[in-house]
Structures are given as structure tokens and as C-alpha cells.
Design a protein around this ligand. Sequence first.
Ligand code: NAP
Length: 312
Amino acid sequence: MTGSSDLRTMRMPLNHGGGHIPALGFGTLIPDPAVTITATRDALEAGFRHFDCAERYLNEREVGEALQAGLAAGGLAREDIFVTTKLWNCNHRPERVEAAFEASLERLRINYLDLYLIHTPFAFQPGDEHDPRDEHGNVLYDDGVALPDTWKAMEALVDQGRCRAIGLSDIGLDQLLPIYESARIKPAVVQVEAHPYLPETELLEFCKAKGIVLLAFAPLGHGIRPGPIDDPVTKAVAARIGKTPAQVLLAWAVQRGTALLTTPKSAARARENFNISSLPEDAFEEINRIPTRQRLNQVVKTGIPGFIPRGK
Ligand SMILES: NC(=O)c1ccc[n+]([C@@H]2O[C@H](COP(=O)([O-])OP(=O)(O)OC[C@H]3O[C@@H](n4cnc5c(N)ncnc54)[C@H](OP(=O)(O)O)[C@@H]3O)[C@@H](O)[C@H]2O)c1
């Protein structure tokens, strides 16, 4: 980690010369286009410098518009922010990867990417339909492409200098291991659901040992109630140290060595979620000892996103 002991500005090194990723990231999985713009702008103003996007979120244009306006208004340069986007399941065939990447860059109005992720390890029928289904409503998977082939196309983007780092998302250790072993350019980041109810400890230990950053999504539990944000332990710790439950969970995530993505949708929440500081050791251990185990997003089992409306 670099940047200081200030959790708000903590940055983590990425392998293969990929620079540094700010630990505290803003996620753009926001279905409403107008809210995408205001929330992205508010996050930038609050201090977030890491923005997580995806072709599948169908709002890269809005994120790009908000970032461009926000950078200009704040006197910031492109290099001051870290931008990630993700290759969707219908673009796993190697010959589709570069075009999907370029289309994302065009929508985001940027000319390089800090991080490009394979959104899920599941390949869907190749084409422009994000959610291909048969007449019974079953997803049409593509057995004509294997993950290592998609990975090679991702490596080529790094070779061309078009993106600084590559990684995977919604992947378990069992699928990550063979990619890690065979990759010429090792994954720099693995993005998965992680919070006190799903600590992913084994995956985190593997990532730490190999210099991979584990990037936790749903650190507040996706807003699902009941969930880790209203767990009695979280609430008690928050009351004791004078922080909010959200601030406790976000601090816990950074302190245990993950980067994270959170999605505040108002200016007040953006400031709240950015304004985190280290938990005292006993509070950190109390959160570690929460016994509940619950996965909130099933995308890792099917490649079907849990919180995105159907349709292209
Ligand atoms: N790779 C994947 O498959 C995948 C899957 C899911 C997400 N992601 C990424 O991860 C990002 C974060 O995931 P997430 O949206 O689940 O994050 P999250 O921050 O855990 O959950 C967001 C929810 O928490 C609520 N919230 C935010 N700040 C709060 C606060 N201070 N106090 C109380 N509630 C608060 C929001 O409520 P309101 O809506 O009321 O503001 C919203 O319902 C996404 O935007 C996306 O970039 C990736």
C-alpha cells in the first residue's frame, strides 16, 4: 500500500507495471441515467478518484459525460483518476475483445483504460445482445470459447499500451488458479463480492500472496436488508467510535487489505462514504468475528447479473 495511512487516499500497487489503484472506489452500477450523472459528479467532488464501470451497466456514456465535466470543473487531469470497465459475456470470443474495448473507451470519452476486467468467466452467445435467451428463457452460453483464449486477447491490449492492467471478476479460486498459472500477464485485480458476511478469506490470502488486488464489491451488502450494514455488531461498533455503519464496513474492507467499490447516490452519502478512517484494533476484530455467512449476488454461479435490468 502507498499514499499514507489515510484510508481515503490509500493506493495499492498493480503488477506488471500497472501503476496504483486507489483503494476506495466508486461503482457506477446505477440503472437511472440522470442519477448516474449526478452520483458520478458527486463522487468526484467528494474525493473519489477510482471509478468502476461496465459495458453491461449501459451507462458508460453518462459516466463519461460526468467525468469529463467533473474533471474540467475541478481542475483535474485524466491521469488524476483511475478508470475501470469490463468486457461483457457476449464479447468473450478473442476477435470481439478489441472492438468491445474500443467501444467502451469511446463511450467513456477516454483514450486509455487503467483497468479492463473480464466481467464474468461465463461466455454468452457472441453478438450484440447482452442477454441472449432461447424460447424458454434460458441463457444461451457459448461453448466455442475458453477463458484462456479471452485472456490472451486481454493481454494483447496491455501489449498495445491501450490499458494499464487487466483482471477478472465474479471468479472463484478454482477458476482463477488455471488462468494465473497459464497467463503471460498475470491478473492484476480480481473483483468479487466481499463483506463481513462473505469475507472470501481464502481468495484474499491467495491474492495477497501473488500480488493481486482483491477488489470487493457490495461492501455494504448491496443495500439488501437485513445485511451487514444493519448487523448488530456493525451498529454497536459504529455507535461506539462515532462513525456510521457504512463507514465502519468500508474502513474494515480497506484495513483488511482489499480495495472496494461503493455506490453512494447522493452528495451527502458520497461524502459519508469517502470520509473513512481506521478502526481501532478491537473494533476491527469484532467485525472479523461476525459469524453470519451469506452471498447476496448469484452472478458468480451463472454469469447472469443480479441487479441489472434485462435487455440489451
Ligand atoms: N462484478 C460484478 O459482478 C459486480 C456486481 C455488483 C456490483 N459491482 C460493482 O460494485 C459497485 C458497488 O456495489 P454495490 O452497489 O452493491 O455497493 P454497496 O455500496 O455495497 O451498496 C449500495 C447500496 O448501499 C446503499 N448505501 C450506499 N451508501 C450508504 C450509506 N452511507 N448508508 C446506508 N446505505 C448506503 C445504497 O442505497 P441507496 O440506493 O439508497 O443510495 C445502495 O442500496 C457497483 O456499483 C458496481 O460498480 C460489480
